[in-house]
Design a protein. Structure first.
Length: 164
């Protein structure tokens, strides 16, 4: 049975496609790509149909990650097929929980940086790099990479629990 995770930011052109690309690489490295499906979406549809921001693409490619992305808007009906919805900041977390059709669906929503080890403390948001320079995209990648190991461990536990 496939475990499905979706990363969500605002427009689905910067943070969530970056998290999707990094996490997909981690899943493949762990040999779990046949068991874990990874994708992303935005809370809004402003960029639907567009590719990832060129700065996101550049940072990912320079760091060895592949990306093939088309932006889309998260739909409440997706909750029923997803196991985990990963929000990139607390605003996304609140918006997604409001969209959730049931309390069980709302419980599927988690902040990405809540998986970072060591814990980043109380500020679990990945800042939006869109209106800044290249350094914001580099910082975003660092935060995503830091949280990916803990997220992979949590999902591996779920996947192995299903197989048992």
């Amino acid at each position: 049975m496939t475990y499905r995770v979706c990363f969500v930011c605002t427009g689905n052109i910067c943070r969530s496609p970056m998290a999707e690309a990094v996490f997909r690489a981690r899943v493949a490295e762990a040999g779990l790509d046949a068991l874990v499906e990874v994708d992303s979406a935005g809370t809004g549809g402003w960029h639907e149909g567009e590719g990832a921001d060129p700065r996101t693409v550049a940072v990912l490619e320079e760091n060895g990650y592949a990306i093939d992305h088309t932006a889309r808007q998260f739909q409440p009906s997706w909750f029923s097929r997803l196991d985990l919805v990963v929000a990139l900041d607390s605003g996304h977390l609140r918006a997604l929980r409001r969209l959730a059709p049931t309390e069980q669906d709302a419980e599927k929503v988690r902040l990405l940086r809540s998986y970072a080890r060591p814990s980043p403390g109380h500020d679990l948001d990945v800042p939006d790099p869109y209106y800044g320079g290249r350094e914001g995209f580099d910082e975003c990648l660092e935060m995503v990479e830091e949280a990916s190991s803990g997220l992979l461990a949590a999902i591996r536990e779920q996947v192995e629990g299903r197989a048992a």
